[in-house]
Design a protein around this ligand. Structure first.
Ligand code: ATP
Length: 235
């Protein structure tokens, strides 16, 4: 199988009840890439991630993971194709400690990281392994949320605003962790409002506007066309 995208999205439309949030989204993510969805608040970025993992019930159009269409599939079956979603809210269990949070999620596929592998990637989590979720800093919560999806064995990671609300030094750590994951062959689709962070980790970028892809460019274009793209995003 040559040139099969890790994720292909064609003509994706999506609704919340009667309200249409996505109006025909098209993009691809190739194996090993880090692709970033940019755009203003309410543009449809989160909804796109939710559609990919099957959480958006009312979705139409073509979504394929490793060439396998996910039409009509439930989230748990889509997860078994090797995709995992880390929501913006992070979803840490507050009453569980770090290690319990890591032990709880199902390991869905072979290749899920062991607790020791997780601790090598995020040494902070090892230091804090007996700390309850309520005691974790924002950065620790974010690392734990990413760590949890690594337990599943998914190779395609969907990260929704991983740097939101975090201090610059922590953002740097998250960036380093993403770099290591890429070296290990993970594919990343990310929603990010932090333009500087996105331009550091992303290979290609799609600007979402009112539920459509308004523009698409690579890292070189982002660097050379910086001012215009910032204006486009309103940053
Ligand atoms: P943000 O960064 O603010 O989350 P976004 O680009 O991710 O922005 P979405 O969250 O995907 O945008 O929202 C797209 C549209 O769908 C918005 O108009 C939003 O108001 C609407 N929307 C999102 N979630 C719901 C929901 N649960 N019910 C109804 N409408 C929703």
């Amino acid at each position: 199988e040559q040139n099969v995208p890790c994720l292909e999205v064609r003509g994706l439309t999506g609704f919340y009840g009667e309200t249409q949030a996505l109006h025909g989204i098209d993009f691809v993510v190739q194996p090993g890439e880090a692709v970033c969805l940019l755009g203003r608040n309410g543009a449809g970025k989160t909804t796109t991630l939710r559609a990919v993992v099957g959480l958006l019930a009312k979705r139409r159009g073509h979504i394929a993971i490793d060439g396998r269409p996910t039409q009509g599939m439930a989230p748990e079956d889509i997860a078994r194709l090797g995709v995992a979603y880390c929501p913006e809210e992070r979803g840490i269990f507050a009453s569980l400690d770090v290690e319990e949070n890591l032990l709880l999620p199902p390991v869905l596929m072979p290749g899920g990281m062991t607790i020791d592998e997780i601790y090598m990637l995020f040494p902070n989590l090892k230091l804090r392994r007996k700390s309850p979720g309520t005691r974790l800093s924002g950065g620790e919560q974010q690392m734990l949320a990413i760590a949890r999806i690594l337990r599943t064995g998914a190779k395609l990671l969907l990260l929704d605003e991983p740097t939101e609300g975090l201090a610059p030094v922590i953002i740097e750590e998250i960036g380093e962790a993403i770099g290591i994951l890429r070296q290990r062959g993970f594919t990343i689709l990310m929603v990010e409002q932090n333009f500087r962070f996105a331009s550091g980790v992303g290979d290609r970028f799609y600007v979402i506007e009112e539920g459509r892809v308004a523009e698409h460019f690579d890292r070189q274009t982002l660097a050379s066309d910086h001012a215009r793209i910032e204006a486009l995003l309103g940053v």
